[in-house]
Ligand binder design. Sequence first.
Ligand SMILES: Cc1ncc(COP(=O)(O)O)c(C=O)c1O
Length: 449
Amino acid sequence: MYDISDSDILPLSLEHTFWTWSAQAKVDPIPVARAQGVYFWDVDGKRYLDLNSMVMCVNIGHGDQRVIDAIIEQARQLPFAGPPMATKPRAALGKLLTEITPGDLDRFLFTLGGADANENAIKLARAYTGRQKILARYRSYHGATAGAMAVTGDPRRVSWEPNVMPGVVHFLDPYRYRSTFHRTNPDISETDFCHDYLNHLEEIILYEGPETIAAILIETVTGTNGVIIPPDGYLQGVRDLCDRYGILLIADEVMSGFGRTGKWFAVEHWNVVPDLMTMAKGLTSGYAPLGAVAMRPKIAEFFDQRTYVGGLTYNSHPISLAAAIANIQVMQADHLVEKAAAMGPVLHRMLVDLGEQHPSVGEVRSIGLFGIIELVRDRRTKEPMAPWNGTSPEMNAFRKYLLDHGVFLYTHWHTALIIPPLIISQEQLADGFAVLDEALAITDKAVEA
Ligand SMILES: Cc1ncc(COP(=O)(O)O)c(C=O)c1O
């Protein structure tokens, strides 16, 4: 296709292309040649088990011919039509998403990815409510465009301050393992724990002035910042606070959507319907770039006679929409949401077993095929294996061991995330855990005796 040999891929990519999230001289990319199922291969034929679904997005697995064929067919029929046009994939995907999204979410704005889905959700909420402030959580990532970066709570925002979108107030996540409020009473009941975090949120709402707050934006299950699974009652409580104060609830399901947690969308675990819901990643399983904002009828109707001021050249791109339709059909035909739900306890058991065998495992958490291992130097003090926003020789060696032994996963500071394609089998997961088991010998050595 191109006059580039396998051995040229790495040097030419390094010489002429610029890498996101990286110091250019320090990148060490894997030259990927092909991918199939839960594996990808580099140009030397080395196989990697993909425990991160590439970028937490290849939910249906790599190389599914049904999605590839749909993309080819769409490219033949109509590779591009601008956002003002009505197209067949646009009509079909809107209908399909109405069927699989919860409650009365039935209108969809198609974006290029997750960050601009959140940008649009913020704009929609501000216009609809006539209010400006957005409340979001510290342990969150919502994307790297200006507004999405401002709502992001983690240090990826801090790097760009003070020049980020104004009007964002952050609050704390219900993160039980390191709960600020419960250092002296860690055994507090789930109900009281939940109330403490809802009270914290309500206090902030009152201090900020409810009449100034357009929306509360949260990752339903926090992703890169810790796979934080909200306690029962929390999401319902946030919904109630929103209703009480006329605030919109925006659920960011970019990572937690499309079967990742064992439901189509994580909000379904708690029977909560957000006013706006953002999605991307698993929407096309990465086969083409696409995000979306789902909205309830009241929000769509608000714009019946008012212009929505916003849009990009590639909104509703036909090839991406076709990829999404085929991807959802694959998920339905192969029962991948049900499969993820069934594999959830299997992954959880493997995580718990691993934790029991390794003193450097502080805690494991998972929901569906969305898991995390927190590595610590001391289980009692919970001192993390790498500092907040940092790394450590042990974490680097741990990651290197996994890669050397053909397991690809995402490490974030002192954590390792387990986010495999939803098609993974028990045997394939066990293969990955066997390597993890060996790699943890490295971090175990750092545990103070
Ligand atoms: C929860 C969440 N929201 C938003 C985004 C941003 O999505 P994108 O990278 O497609 O812009 C991400 C990406 O990792 C994410 O995990």
